[in-house]
Design a binder for this molecule. Sequence first.
Ligand SMILES: NC(=O)c1ccc[n+]([C@@H]2O[C@H](COP(=O)([O-])OP(=O)(O)OC[C@H]3O[C@@H](n4cnc5c(N)ncnc54)[C@H](O)[C@@H]3O)[C@@H](O)[C@H]2O)c1
Length: 256
Amino acid sequence: MSNILDGKVIVVTGASSGIGRAIAIRAAEHGAKVVIISDVTEIPREGGEPTANVIKDLGVTARFVRTDVSKRADNDTLLTAADEFGGADVFVANAGITVRTDGADVPEEDYRRLMSVNLDGVLFGAQSAARQMKSRGKAGSIILMASMGGIAGAGITLAYSTSKGGVVLMAKSLADALGPDGIRVNAIAPGTIDTVLLRTSPGIAEASEGFRQRTPLRRLGTPSEIGDAVAYLGSDLSSYVSGHVLVVDGGLLAVI
Ligand SMILES: NC(=O)c1ccc[n+]([C@@H]2O[C@H](COP(=O)([O-])OP(=O)(O)OC[C@H]3O[C@@H](n4cnc5c(N)ncnc54)[C@H](O)[C@@H]3O)[C@@H](O)[C@H]2O)c1
């Protein structure tokens, strides 16, 4: 495909399924040396071989590390897995969830569960990655998965949008905090991407046909298209890009 990630060690959370899986596979196809896949389970939600097996079949070193990103210690353990390869060059905080009860009346328990993965999990992962990158003197790249729902709000995804809006400003703030160490931090805001999460989230699933019709490109995005955006932000091609939110939505947010 390309060699823009040539020799890089990349760690991706939520990489068993959907977008994270495509980020991991695409990274291998773009030349990454090692891909570390992290998730609560190794089983892809959409079915098929575990991500690590697919990547090994491409001739690239892959490891699966069971991780609950909402637990700080799990994130440290995850980054430790990159030590034997010289540490992570690219860290992607991709794991994220929706809750069936989202909306203005979202119950406290579901709200806290969502925040623990979508906000705490992203921060803890970025902190662990930054610590390792700093200790190894690496000019690393940290990429946080936001959403178009973190840029424009929606009543049906009140808690989700709140979390993703937080991710957007977390990326900008981390870019400021880590830039002096040469570490770049960016966010990606996908539009409607065809994954099990999209298809099984009430409200979002129903709204997705309307989104498709309003999208200038008139189709949903594929997980691989987010994988290619990650490859760019993880590569040296984006060496002066930090604190940026890269919208990958077929043009949806550009139109009224
Ligand atoms: N699909 C879309 O249209 C879309 C749009 C915008 C943003 N996103 C974001 O992209 C990311 C990936 O979404 P997806 O559509 O691929 O979803 P998905 O459900 O297909 O994959 C998410 C993965 O994260 C894992 N995960 C969940 N909780 C975890 C935890 N506590 N620790 C570790 N892993 C955990 C799941 O097991 C799953 O494998 C999410 O952050 C999501 O919010 C998706």
